[in-house]
Design a protein around this ligand. Structure first.
Ligand code: PRP
Ligand code: URA
Length: 208
């Protein structure tokens, strides 16, 4: 499907292996997740438009660049929080909204508990951060909310995607480009991505 880019980079493949390993401890898990997030931020940023500006060096005036649009990062709580710092390191001028969604583990439907996004989201580039795209229910709900508030150019940054989630996003939000570090085989009978990495939130924050 043409809504998906799988970031192809040896360091990312090495770090995805760290994340998949069931023996990786939260501190190492967070570090690998942060490093992959840098690579995804760089890939997404290739879409950004620039304005030409003048910049005065110690020697002369020359051409420089600034981002044309404000960038708004929107981590999906909780696991998406682990991607924020890397994206902010790359895009320090970005604003940060938050969306709280918890997947009901019986129905697999997302249940929302928090929304806060900047008012100027309509003229901004919006990047939703969530390491796992499983059924796609959470991501689809996040973009429904953001579009209701006028979001325009938008991207989804994730680490591992399942084909089922990519398809749901394509069916419901074909305009959203998804960037992932890995596209896995399928969902299992309880909605986990396989081979996957388990529960991203629990492994990030040590809540197992
Ligand atoms: C995980 C993950 C996504 C969602 C993906 O969060 O971070 O938000 O599940 O599943 P889906 O594509 O089937 O909706 P979870 O609901 O477990 O919450 P958490 O981040 O608080 O652990
Ligand atoms: N959420 C996770 O954290 N992992 C999965 O495999 C699916 C949903």
């Amino acid at each position: 499907m043409n809504n998906l880019t799988v970031v192809d980079n040896p360091l990312v493949k090495r770090d995805i292996t760290v994340l998949r390993n069931k023996d990786t401890r939260p501190a190492d898990f967070r570090a690998a997740l942060g490093r992959i997030s840098y690579s995804i931020a760089v890939e997404i940023s290739k879409n950004f438009q620039l304005n030409e500006i003048e910049v005065v060096t110690p020697l002369e005036t020359t051409i420089g660049y600034e981002l044309q649009k404000q960038v708004v990062l929107v981590p999906v709580l909780r696991a998406g929080l682990s991607m924020v710092n890397s994206f902010l390191d790359m895009i320090p001028e970005a604003k940060v909204g938050h969306i709280g969604l918890q997947r009901n583990e019986k129905t697999l439907m997302p249940e929302d508990y928090y929304y806060k996004t900047p008012k100027d989201i309509g003229s901004s580039v919006t990047i939703v951060l969530d390491p796992m795209l499983a059924t796609g229910g959470s991501a689809a709900a996040a973009f429904k909310y953001l579009k209701e508030r006028g979001a325009g150019e938008s991207y989804l940054a994730c680490l591992i995607a399942a084909p089922e989630g990519v398809k749901k996003m394509y069916d419901e939000h074909p305009d959203i480009k998804i960037y992932t570090a890995a596209l896995d085989r399928e969902l299992n009978e309880v909605g986990y991505i396989v081979p996957g990495l388990g529960d991203a939130g629990d492994r990030t924050f040590g809540t197992f």
